[in-house]
Ligand binder design. Structure first.
Ligand SMILES: C[S@@+](CC[C@H](N)C(=O)[O-])C[C@H]1O[C@@H](n2cnc3c(N)ncnc32)[C@H](O)[C@@H]1O
Length: 368
């Protein structure tokens, strides 16, 4: 493990001390299910990592446990976003207002300024997420994936706070046969929530265990019986079932062109005659990567974000529509627009806008 702050050596200071274990910020929460997972997560992590036995290690241990003591239940959402889906929510900051309210309730007073303490909390929290993200063992530890994904599911079930576009807008209303959402990601939560009981089966797929476990948990909570969750690593799709519609939203730019062609071949075989393939996508990532060749632009990007982006060919939009037609689809709708965005969504510094030009496209194609 390469971190100056956290270590996994045998001789280490515990991650969680008696003061952290109090988790006083979780008291009186409206979501005991979420709180129980916060304490279980950090107590489990305590068995995996801790702090070096140095003066700095002791200082970090103290500050980290102050953070645990004052932590709020939604910390699990912030952590999960940073570890598994940074792509979807690049800018994650601790909720300092909540933390300080909890510290005040505990009667804590400090010699340092609030800004200084916040800065220390931030560094520890970001480093913790980085250590987990970059350790293959911690990243795929099934207990940790389970606790974080269940927290996501519980939070969304209880709050219905779905910050994503409404994928139902794309779904034809007269479907008779099953529909598959390819690489559904976090959007799958809202699809499950909105999926009518009298619609055909909805099959949600992804290749990230965090997404699969979270959606499976959420589908159970929702009680929906016409939803199935499958762990599929595309471009090789499942064989056997026929679909009335296949959705591929913001996914195909994850595949290189040869894999994309393979995916399209699978899709045309898997659809019923008359079945629809719906694609929404952008070349946004590729454009950010291109701009990030400029050092100044790269330095302004949110730390760790560039590493999540996939390089694809320059003329993605043209090659995609060509390939859709080439495998035999009948394209009934193809639209694309160039967008110019000024946003701090990918910026390391809130308020420091980065400009980006990209193409967004929509394709509706049917199997004839
Ligand atoms: C940008 S998200 C798109 C999510 C969603 N479809 C939407 O419109 O918001 C991409 C998703 O693709 C998944 N993914 C990436 N590569 C994949 C692959 N080869 N097979 C299946 N899923 C994949 C990721 O885990 C992630 O959840």
């Amino acid at each position: 493990m390469s971190s100056f702050i956290f270590v996994n050596s045998q001789n280490r200071l515990p991650l969680v001390t008696e003061s952290g274990k109090k988790f006083s910020g979780l008291e009186h929460s409206k979501s005991p299910e979420l709180c129980q997972r916060v304490s279980a997560f950090f107590e489990y992590l305590d068995g995996q990592i801790g702090f070096p036995e140095t003066d700095l290690g002791r200082e970090n241990q103290f500050t980290f446990n102050l953070l645990l003591q004052s932590v709020y239940p939604e910390i699990m959402i912030d952590l999960a976003d940073l570890i598994y889906v940074q792509h979807e929510r690049p800018a994650v900051y601790l909720n300092f207002d909540h933390i300080h309210m909890n510290l005040k309730k505990d009667g804590m007073a400090f010699s340092e300024s609030m800004d200084q303490i916040n800065e220390k909390f931030s560094i520890l929290f970001q480093e913790l997420a980085k250590v987990i993200r970059e350790s293959p063992i911690l990243f795929s530890d099934s207990r940790m994936v389970g606790l974080l994904s269940e927290s996501y599911s519980i939070y969304l079930f209880q709050t219905e706070n779905f910050p994503w576009d409404n994928p139902m807008e794309m779904i034809p209303s007269d479907l008779k046969n099953p529909i598959m959402d390819v690489a559904t990601g976090l959007a799958g939560f809202r699809l499950i929530h909105d999926w009518p009981d009298d619609y055909p089966k909805l099959i949600l797929t992804d290749n990230l265990p965090f997404i699969i476990m979270g959606l499976t948990h959420y589908a159970k909570l929702s009680g929906k019986t016409n939803v199935e969750i499958l762990n599929i690593d595309f471009p090789d799709g499942p064989k056997g079932e026929c679909y009335g519609c296949i959705l591929a939203n913001k996914f195909l730019h994850h595949l290189q062109r040869d894999e994309r062609k393979k995916f399209l071949q699978w899709a045309i075989e898997a659809l019923d005659v008359g079945g629809l393939l719906l694609i929404l996508d952008t070349d946004l990532e590729c454009q950010i990567l291109r701009r990030a060749q400029n050092r100044e632009y790269q330095d302004k990007l949110m730390r760790g974000y560039k590493e999540t982006l996939v390089e694809i060919e320059e003329n993605f939009c043209e090659t995609l529509i060509q390939d859709v037609r080439h495998v035999g689809f009948d394209v009934s709708h193809f639209d694309f627009h160039e967008y110019q965005d000024e946003t701090d969504a990918y910026s390391q510094y809130p308020g420091d806008n980065l400009s980006i030009k990209f193409i967004g496209l929509e394709i509706m194609a049917s199997k004839v």
